[in-house]
Design a protein around this ligand. Sequence first.
Ligand code: DGL
Length: 268
Amino acid sequence: MTEIKHGKVLVFDSGMGGLTVAREIQARAPALHVDYAADSGFFPYGDKSDEALRARLPEIAARLVEAARPDVFVIACNTASTLALNEVRAVLNIPVVGTVPAIKPAAALTRTGVIGLLATPGTVRRAYTAKLIEDFASEIRVILHGSVELVRMAEEIASGQAVAMEAFRAAQAPLFEADGGAEIDTIVLACTHFPLIRGELAATVPHAVNFVDSGEAIARQTLRVLPESSAASAPGGHVWLSSAPEQQARLVEVCHRFGFDMVHEVTG
Ligand code: DGL
């Protein structure tokens, strides 16, 4: 279902993953001005310490919002949202939408009562993730696996590089080899990079499973919080990077393919 919505949304991630969220927002509200931002100077987030990310996120969010002047800021990153959503909200005076693992819909979908969760190591160890499981999947077995390797593989695939299928099988194997893993029927893609490799993941699981992500829910929430007064605006398509675009040819090229082709660098 598409909606007539106006206003300006800035979708933010460490790298290319948030493009999967931007795509969902654009599909739902084609008249919206959507811009993109990637913290390319600090990529990947998945293996950074909590302290480093907690210091980084409010600061980069404030800089990006000052540059792009959106009506809504979307943190299209599980690793960042599950750690510092409140810290980012505290420094911005516009609505901030976060991304959290789709544990609730996965718990509603499973028939075997066993779900897998693929994320970054950061998201896997978060108290926020444990609380989601406690709140929405207490009767369900949730097997978690964190991989930064998969984030890198997603960026390679998105930019047209070849990655051996065996690498996707190996990256998911810990889920299925865990106690109860043979009964997994639903996998939560709890990293916004992973919808970029949904086909590769689906082709290398040992048995058929459903893959669930948060993209559509984030798009709905973004439109819900968009201020009524947001004005009609030009179509968008800007992309802000936190490192020199000349050193990010792959990222720039993929952003371009998703419709973000006016490239800027934010500096401190
Ligand atoms: N796309 C991010 C997420 O949803 C993480 C990627 C990274 O490790 O930088 O968690």
